[in-house]
Design a binder for this molecule. Structure first.
Ligand SMILES: NC(=O)c1ccc[n+]([C@@H]2O[C@H](COP(=O)([O-])OP(=O)(O)OC[C@H]3O[C@@H](n4cnc5c(N)ncnc54)[C@H](OP(=O)(O)O)[C@@H]3O)[C@@H](O)[C@H]2O)c1
Length: 245
C-alpha cells in the first residue's frame, strides 16, 4: 500500500517518542522513521530505525538523506522529541560537557533537522507539512538546577516561532509548533528524582507527583501531540501545552 503520511520522529527508543511511534503505526498508511542512539523496541514493516547520536553534528549530517527521504506523501511530519535534562545541579557545579550536550540535543539538533526539512520539503506544494518540537513548561520558567535545560527549551521555542514567521513570509505552508507535553512518567522524570535537593530545590515536589500518581503516561502525551497534528488548523499559536487542550 502506498504510504500517505511520513512521520520522522527523534528519541524513539523510549518514553514519549516510543509512544508516538506506536500510535502513528496504528494507521496502516503511515510510515515512520525513528531516530535514537539505542534500538527501538518497535518492529513493524512501516517502521525504519536510524541509529544516530543527535549530540554529534557530523553524525546527523551523514544521515540526512536517510532521515528525509524522497517520495510522494500527502503529509510529512517531523517531531523533534529527543531531549535530555542534563546534569541537575546549580551553576558552578556543572561539567562543561553536560552544558554542551544539553544544547546540542535539545536545541542544535532540532535546528539542523528543521533546516534540512525546510530545504528538502518546502517546495513540495502537494504535501501537508508539520514540524512539532517537543518543548517544556521549563522554557518559560526559571528552575534552579535546570539552567541549561530551561534555556535550551526557551531557545527551541524561539527557533520554532521564527521558523513560522519565515514559513509565512516564504509561503512554504509549513506549520511549526513547540509543544510542552506535561509532566510525563518517563526515564527523564526518574533521572530528575535521582537528583539531590541541594542541587534542585523542587525535588520534593517531583517525588510527590510520582508518589501521588500525578504524572501523565507517555501514551497520553503522545495522543495529545497526535491530536494537535491531526487538527493543526484548529491551533493558531506556535507555542502549545497539552495541558491546555
Ligand atoms: N517526561 C517529562 O515529564 C517531560 C516534560 C517536559 C518535556 N519533556 C520533553 O519530552 C521529550 C521526550 O522526553 P521523555 O521524557 O520521553 O525522555 P526519555 O524517556 O528520557 O527519552 C528520551 C529519548 O531521547 C533520545 N535521546 C537522548 N539523547 C539522544 C542523543 N544524543 N541522540 C539521539 N537520541 C537521543 C533517547 O534515546 P537514546 O538514549 O537511545 O539515544 C530517548 O529515546 C524531551 O524533549 C523532553 O525534554 C518531557
Amino acid at each position: 500500500m502506498k504510504a500517505t503520511s511520513l512521520f520522522i520522529i527523534t528519541g524513539t527508543s523510549k518514553g514519549i517518542g516510543q509512544a508516538l511511534v506506536r500510535l502513528a503505526l496504528q494507521e496502516n498508511q503511515n510510515r515512520v522513521i525513528g531516530i535514537s542512539r539505542s534500538k527501538a523496541e518497535v518492529i513493524h514493516p512501516n517502521y525504519l530505525h536510524l541509529a544516530c547520536d543527535l549530540g554529534k553534528i557530523e553524525e546527523i549530517e551523514n544521515k540526512l538523506n536517510e532521515i528525509f527521504p524522497e517520495g510522494e506523501f500527502e503529509r510529512i511530519v517531523l517531531i523533534n522529541n529527543a531531549g535530555v535534562i542534563g546534569e541537575v545541579a546549580h551553576l558552578g557545579k556543572l561539567s562543561n560537557q553536560s552544558i554542551g550536550q544539553v544544547f546540542a540535543i535539545n536545541t542544535i539538533a532540532p535546528a539542523i533537522l528543521m533546516n534540512a526539512f525546510v530545504k528538502k520539503y518546502a517546495q513540495s506544494k502537494e504535501a501537508e507539512k508539520i514540524v512539532v518540537n517537543i518543548s517544556s513548561g521549563a522554557a518559560t520558567k526559571a528552575i534552579d538546577g535546570w539552567s541549561g535545560y530551561s534555556a535550551s527549551k526557551a531557545a527551541l521555542n524561539m527557533l520554532t516561532q521564527a521558523a513560522q514567521v519565515e514559513s509565512d513570509l516564504n509561503l512554504s505552508s509549513i506549520r511549526f509548533f513547540a509543544v510542552a507535553p506535561g509532566v510525563v512518567d518517563t526515564a527523564m522524570q526518574q533521572e530528575i528524582r535521582n537528583s539531590s535537593s541541594e542541587d534542585f530545590s523542587s525535588l520534593g515536589k517531583f517525588i510527590g507527583l510520582k508518589e501521588n500518581n500525578q504524572l501523565s503516561s507517555p501514551e497520553y502525551a503522545a495522543e495529545k501531540i497526535m491530536y494537535l497534528i491531526g487538527k493543526e488548523a484548529k491551533f493558531k499559536e506556535v507555542i502549545q501545552d497539552v495541558r491546555k487542550f
